[in-house]
Unconditional design. Structure first.
Lengths: 510, 251
């Protein structure tokens, strides 16, 4: 019921996402046909080269889709944030079924029939067009059908790099942990796949019984596909850019921060292109270095460990300085921290904190012997998780700490199943559930200060960017970030409106 | 058009030769029926004529020119070929199958259409009911007739036939053999016909050639062959499936 309501209220968006999705699949499958069918012909004629080609395409097929997107992003002409990289990735995945069915289709043409053609004086080309391709056609159509269905399923990841499609709802739903939104994207793409499969199956049967010269149909089809590809190539040719591209990763806090930066830049009179909800740190980092993104918000701890694979200094200032140093050689400037530190934080119930006067982790020691702790699975296992924490503070809780899923841990604390937890400093649930953070007075947890990372070249070109970033420095406290997260995740309010209100742009300009 | 084998040998790589020192002249309008066991090199003999294979020694001369000097495509379009397993194109109608070579030779559609109808009538198939059918809708005998029509489509002066009637039942085979004789009397092309059926060779050939032990050991009129005292010819005639006695041979 909620799902129907969602579709009804997002009619326009749903339709345009569907069109984007279908366009991605049609163009990428067409490109795979243009490349794959000739490759299949070569492979059928020269089995040695064929094995190499097939092996190569097979390997490409095994690369996980997000990784492939990341690798292709920095490519000139074909790469980039958005449609082109998505098309390239989808084409690569569509290649294998088409190449393979073309090859086997041609190889399985009756030898006697091929010899008859040769003996009648057909040239190699005539043999191909008049005999081999028409007879391999049902097999090739089968491959195209398979490639299309795979393409429809895979195209959902296009949203990870801002190429749109029905995956938008899936990613949006995943980042908000909202099943309705996930299904709003997943169900139409499944129906689309089933419908496309049935349609192509029907077309395949028509083709094999058609009385018209199939070679003519094939040629006309080939011409149509080439024209379509050229047209779409023109349509997708890189548009000239005098706008700042703002990105974000795909969870609520990141989308809010992306919007925050975007509105601040717009306030300075700059044009902004939002590429929010990109598929993770890896994608954002590749996009920034490839010049496809001009700015996104990273966390110092994440930058040093996940991007540069180094140990994070425990001091916030040192961690920030290290982050700056590491980014500098790649032409990336790190702006002043926004203010909040989204690190691991120990929480207790607010009433306990007030009753017992708990402010720091050290304050736990008098009460800990009677308290149960609850942690995420990973935090419990890792040396730099609970074992290190317990050693640093000399913590000893009642029994062994309970392991639980991170998404449930806040509610478990509020429901008195456990008495102390480690969670995200900026979790949306902190205020609604009345949880109290304890200060890490012995600096055990690495700092995760939010910092804008900016392409230096873009900043030099648009000096207004610096003004905007300076204005943002130190402007969001831990508590404010929690409130913003809660406004979106708990109250389900619109991100743009929430940010506009926060920046005090309400009523000012639209 | 005359086809001449001049000391022709053929072998693949280092393997045993398939044919060695074949000398044979097939006169214009003559039917030479070559018999031999399966695998004796009969099909190889045919493939040397239309340059599907080139001899490793000697030369095959078609119309006074060495096949090596012929353009392969041009040569093949002047030579009709009827196959052992017919090789009709399964995705094309009877009409399209027969029209292949005329279309490759860029005849006008009118001329091609008229020719197809003429040929179907010639091989005893009513164009009205057969032209639009597909190979899988035909009986074995009808398919063989279409194969013959297709081979004759562009008026080839030379026709190569590889066990063309081998897969047919005896009654149909006899009928189509008579039909072929009649067609040959009208068109008078040079025919090289290979078969393992001695009766068929004697029934159709103006001369009968015998291939054994990689060589053409005899080639003469049916009467002369049946009277041959060559022990290899006698042995071959006796080991072959049918006895070389038929009404056509005696007459």
């Amino acid at each position: 019921m909620r799902l129907l309501h969602f579709w009804a209220s997002h009619r326009g968006e749903l339709a345009s996402l569907f069109v984007q999705h279908a366009t991605l699949v049609v163009i990428s499958t067409s490109a795979a046909i243009i490349v794959g069918v000739p490759m299949g012909i070569v492979a059928a004629r020269a089995p040695r080269a064929g094995r190499w080609l097939l092996g190569l395409v097979n390997v490409a097929q095994t690369i996980p889709s997000l990784a492939l997107l990341g690798f292709l992003l920095p490519l000139p002409i074909f790469g980039g944030l958005g449609t082109r990289t998505a098309l390239l990735t989808l084409s690569i995945y569509a290649l294998l079924p088409i190449l393979r069915t073309t090859m086997t289709g041609i190889q399985q043409v009756d030898r006697a029939v091929v010899e008859a053609g040769v003996a009648m004086g057909m040239t190699g080309r005539q043999l191909l067009w008049l005999v081999e391709l028409p007879l391999a056609l049902p097999s090739i159509v089968g491959g195209i059908r398979l490639a299309t269905v795979i393409g429809i399923a895979t195209a959902t990841i296009a949203a990870a790099i801002g190429a749109g499609g029905l995956g938008e709802y899936i990613f949006r739903g995943l980042s908000m942990a909202d099943t309705t939104t996930i299904l709003a994207g997943a169900i139409p793409s499944a129906v689309f796949a089933i419908a496309a499969d049935a349609l192509l199956g029907w077309a395949g049967r028509r083709l094999s019984t058609a009385r018209i010269a199939t070679s003519m149909a094939l040629r006309a089809g080939g011409v149509a596909v080439v024209m379509l590809a050229i047209a779409s190539g023109v349509a997708y040719a890189r548009a000239g850019r005098d706008t700042i591209v703002v990105g974000s990763k795909n969870f609520t806090e990141q989308v809010i921060l992306g919007e925050l930066v975007a509105q601040r830049l717009e306030h300075e009179g700059l044009h902004v292109d939002r590429r929010l909800n990109l598929g993770g740190t890896f994608i954002c980092d590749r996009a920034l270095r490839a010049g496809e993104l001009d700015v996104y918000v990273e966390y110092t701890g994440t930058a040093v460990t996940a991007v540069f694979h180094q140990d994070v200094p425990r001091d916030r200032q040192l961690a920030f300085a290290r982050t700056r140093e590491l980014y500098a050689p790649s032409g990336v400037t790190v702006g002043e921290p926004l203010g909040f530190n989204n690190t691991f934080t120990m929480f207790v119930r607010g009433e306990d904190a007030r009753r017992l006067g708990l402010h720091t982790i050290d304050d736990l020691r008098p009460v800990m012997s009677g308290w149960t702790a609850g942690f995420g699975y990973e935090f419990l296992q890792r040396d730099d998780g609970f074992p290190g924490l317990a050693a640093r503070y000399g913590l000893q809780f009642r029994g062994t700490p309970r392991a639980m899923d991170l998404s449930l841990i806040y509610r478990a604390l509020a429901a008195r199943q456990v008495d102390v937890i480690a969670g995200d400093a900026t979790s949306a649930l902190v205020a609604p559930l009345d949880l109290a953070p304890l200060a890490d007075n012995r600096h055990y947890f690495p700092p995760y200060d939010a910092v804008p990372v900016v392409r230096t070249a873009a900043m030099l070109q648009h000096p207004e960017m610096r003004r905007a970033l300076v204005a943002l420095a130190g402007s969001v406290s831990d508590a404010e970030m929690r409130t913003l997260n809660a406004a979106v995740d708990v109250e389900h309010r619109d991100v743009k409106a929430v940010v506009r209100e926060f920046l005090g742009y309400d009523g000012g300009h639209e | 058009m005359v086809v001449r084998f001049d000391g022709v040998a053929f072998q693949r790589g280092e393997a045993l030769p398939i044919l060695a020192d074949v000398n044979l002249t097939i006169e214009s309008g003559e039917i030479v029926a070559v018999v031999g066991r399966s695998g004796a090199g009969k099909t190889t003999l045919l493939k040397l004529v239309n340059r599907l294979l080139l001899p490793t020694a000697g030369a095959v001369i078609v119309d006074g020119r060495d096949t090596r000097a012929w353009d392969a495509i041009g040569l093949r379009r002047r030579i009709g070929y009827v196959f052992q397993d017919v090789g009709l194109f399964p995705h094309m109608t009877v009409e399209d199958n027969v029209a292949i070579v005329p279309r490759l030779e860029r005849w006008t559609p009118e001329r091609t259409g008229a020719r197809v109808h003429e040929l179907l009538a010639l091989v005893g198939l009513d164009p009205g009911s057969f032209a639009a059918r597909r190979p899988h809708e035909l009986s074995g005998g009808q398919r063989q007739r279409v194969g013959l029509a297709r081979a004759l489509a562009a008026n080839p002066p030379v026709l190569l036939m590889d066990e063309p009637f081998g897969a047919l039942d005896p009654v149909t085979r006899l009928a189509i053999r008579r039909e072929f004789k009649r067609i040959h009397e009208r068109l008078h092309m040079t025919v090289v016909f290979v078969t393992h059926d001695v009766a068929e060779a004697f029934a159709l050939g103006d001369r009968v050639g015998i291939i054994d032990d990689r060589a053409l050991i005899a080639c003469d009129t049916p009467t002369a062959i049946s009277r041959s005292s060559d022990p290899r010819v006698r042995a071959l005639l006796e080991t072959l499936p049918s006895v070389p006695v038929s009404a056509d041979a005696r007459s």
